[in-house]
Ligand binder design. Structure first.
Ligand code: SF4
Length: 134
């Protein structure tokens, strides 16, 4: 199968926070990630769920502030960065963003990191896509 990104795609996060703020969205948090984040924040798992998550699909999603920002995005950084969910780690290499070149070009308009930094080759991109829940 031929992908439009056969020659790879350039990406380097610019830490602008656009993907963590703005329009409301969902961030799937798997059970193993819930455990890791709760441990990182040093709070009890059930309290963590109640305070920061809401039920989503077969697990949970992260709550947002009224302006659509992720509840963990503060002072231009992610408070849980080392243990952030796979969905966040994988962005912008989500399956839905890689369906075709038009969609990728649209992502490039939303994410200033696209087109910058090193080239991710096709194998790396497919590996990242495979860990992302969306
Ligand atoms: S929108 Fe792109 S460049 Fe900005 S924080 Fe998100 S991944 Fe990084």
């Amino acid at each position: 199968m031929k992908y439009f990104f056969e020659n790879g795609l350039r990406f380097e996060c610019q830490r602008c926070g656009r993907c963590c703020t703005g329009e409301p969205g969902t961030v799937y948090v798997a059970p193993d990630e819930i455990k890791a984040i709760a441990e990182f924040l040093k709070i009890d798992e059930s309290r963590f769920k109640k305070k920061y998550l809401y039920p989503y699909k077969d697990s949970y999603s992260i709550k947002e502030l009224s302006d659509g920002s992720c509840i963990f995005y503060k002072d231009n950084s992610c408070l849980i960065y080392p243990v952030r969910p796979r969905q966040c780690k994988a962005y912008p290499f989500w399956l839905k963003n890689l369906r075709n070149e038009d969609r990728w070009n649209q992502v490039a308009r939303e994410c200033p990191g696209v087109g910058k930094g090193r080239v991710y080759d096709v194998e790396e991109i497919l590996e990242i896509v495979s860990i992302s829940p969306i």
